[in-house]
Design a binder for this molecule. Structure first.
Ligand code: ADP
Ligand SMILES: O=C(O)[C@@H](O)C(=O)COP(=O)(O)O
Length: 422
């Protein structure tokens, strides 16, 4: 079926998050890993391209997203979405604004919105300020993120240095009055030359209003939740149709493994909960890996009795992360862990593991690339924004879930495996 909606996600957990929320509509979603080398074929009405460009240099991120845009245009997409994190993760140089601005130029649009709110996961925007649960973003655990520490909660202030055109706000008072009021506000800002509009949303009802008001904007940007209502609206108008999801959702029998490279507060709790059950586990230390390489963990993995799910984790508290970064540098510490977890994933697949639970966005990018997966078929959601996905990895049919650092409950790792068995 022709593609109507084309989304570009800046990381892999973000892409599966978006896919899971869009799939709730019953409209078929297709998720590609990286820009496909071949021209579009077997496309779905809702196409997502997962990139790993959240922390790439700006030029690289712009180049990759432009290639993704071209592929989605070739697939026939008429509406486009730039998906970034619900906690607006970006480095000081920032890719969210430059990529959005480049997409606007290529699509010939003069205004877009920025709405990372995700109420089901506790992300709300009020008066342009992003909250995580009841804390402002900059006071939440996101202030200690290893790669993108968020030290300001105001989205307009974060975005303004990343773009060349003016930034404005459509606040909750405009949104709460309904789609017509929001459209009036957007038009007024457009008449003042405001190209980038942060839009408040604190509850799911706000997202339905925003989606209704903005469904005909050619480019929207935000978290997964603001896109969630769109397929339903378009299906009602006959622009897209519901159909059985395409692609296989089965996987070969084989043991499960948990790989965690996220250092978020929630992943720390999830790892602690899983460790408390006493199963086999291996803690990765970036300083040790820098000195001796990854043979030790690979040998440990090879010696596991696969009837009990092993956990390999680099997940650590902010002090330990800082200490490693001071010795190795932020990028080296991160990439040593990512490469090691990617090598573990490959080793696990080669020794028969077929179910992969992966925690962390950058981590998921490295692991999924190492598994040479080109397309993910979306299955049941384990937690809001975290679905099981199914793929072929070197002829093995595997199940993989990519958990955003902050998502899921404390029992997520065990819960994920239970959901797969249901
Ligand atoms: N102990 C550690 N010390 C330093 N960096 C680490 C450590 N553990 C993980 N990392 C790095 O931190 C980053 C975590 O990012 P990511 O995987 O995107 O998780 P999240 O989803 O929580 O943002 C990765 O680059 C990872 O390799
Ligand atoms: O929007 C979100 O929060 C997620 O979809 C997301 O982008 C996750 O990124 P990580 O926290 O780096 O996994």
């Amino acid at each position: 079926m022709a593609t109507f909606f084309g989304a570009i996600a800046d990381d892999f957990t973000g892409a599966t998050d978006l896919a899971g929320l869009l799939a709730r509509s019953g409209v078929s979603v297709s998720l590609r890993i990286g820009v496909p080398a071949e021209p579009p074929q077997n496309t779905a009405p809702l196409e997502i391209i997962a990139l790993k460009c959240r922390t790439s240099p700006v030029d690289e991120a712009v180049q990759e997203t432009q290639a993704a845009l071209q592929w989605l245009k070739d697939a026939g997409a008429q509406r486009f979405f730039w998906k970034y994190c619900s906690t607006f993760d970006s480095t000081a140089k920032g890719n969210i604004g430059p990529v959005a601005e480049a997409l606007m130029v290529s699509l010939g649009v003069s205004q877009t919105i920025y709405c990372p709110a995700f109420p089901e996961n506790g992300r709300a925007i009020f008066m342009g300020n992003l909250f995580v649960g009841d804390q402002p973003l900059s006071e939440s655990a996101m202030k200690d993120h290893p790669l993108t520490p968020m030290r300001d909660s105001n989205l307009a202030r974060l975005l303004a240095p990343q773009v060349t055109k003016p930034v404005g706000l459509a606040n909750r008072l405009s949104v709460a009055k309904g789609p017509a009021s929001l459209n009036d506000r957007l038009s007024k800002l457009a008449s003042e030359g405001v190209a980038h509009v942060v839009v408040d949303a604190v509850a799911n009802d706000d997202l339905y209003i925003i989606a209704e008001a903005c469904q005909d904007m050619v480019l929207l940007t935000g978290g997964s939740a603001v896109a969630m209502p769109l397929p339903e609206l378009w299906a009602k108008q006959g622009r897209i149709e519901r159909s059985a999801a395409s692609g296989s959702r089965s996987f070969d029998p084989g043991p499960a493994i948990v790989l965690s490279g996220s250092c978020s507060a929630m992943t720390n709790r999830q790892v602690a909960e899983f460790l408390s059950k006493g199963g086999p586990s291996f803690r990765l230390d970036p300083l040790e890996i820098a000195e001796t390489g990854n043979a030790k963990v690979l040998n440990w993995l090879a010696a596991q009795n696969s009837s009990v799910t092993p956990l390999i984790y680099a997940t650590a508290a902010p002090d330990a992360v800082r200490a490693a970064q001071e010795r190795l540098g932020v990028d080296r510490a991160g990439s040593l862990i990512e490469q090691t977890l990617a090598a573990c994933a490959e080793e696990a697949r080669d020794s028969g593991y077929r179910r992969f639970v992966v925690a962390g966005g950058e981590t998921s990018g490295s692991v999924t690339k190492a598994l040479s997966v080109s397309r993910l078929n979306i299955g049941a959601e384990i937690a809001p924004g975290v679905p099981w996905c199914f793929a072929t990895s070197q002829k093995a049919r595997i199940a993989v879930t990519l958990k955003s650092g902050n998502f899921g409950s404390e029992e997520f790792f065990s819960r994920a495996l239970e959901v797969l068995d249901q």
